[in-house]
Design a protein around this ligand. Sequence first.
Ligand SMILES: [Zn+2]
Length: 128
Amino acid sequence: MSGDFEMTKDEWYQQLFERLGNSRFRSRFHLKQTEIDYIHEKGLDTIREHARDLIARREAPAVIPNDGRQTPMRGHPVFIAQHATATCCRGCIRKWHKIPEDRELSPIQQAYLVDVIMIWIEKELKNA
Ligand SMILES: [Zn+2]
């Protein structure tokens, strides 16, 4: 999350979601009713736990042999959120979130990615 100039956290999130909204590829991802039902059934705290776990296992390691293919396009609302927020692989995380590849993600970086995912999910629920 280091840029050429200092940005507040709010400014960063605002411009990130603006950029994602302007991306034809990212903005076509939306939660379907079955995924919304699943979130309501499990609760947002549990979904956040799932997001933490998925980021820790599939994104955090320094070396990911199948990077770019570790996040399915369906099956869990967090997967959809990951494609929508460019937290789906280390290549996208580098490009969109300015976090270098080939290095284990710190707990702070992992928490940031989980936050991005959960903000997107909450926005989707509001617009559903
Ligand atoms: Zn990706």
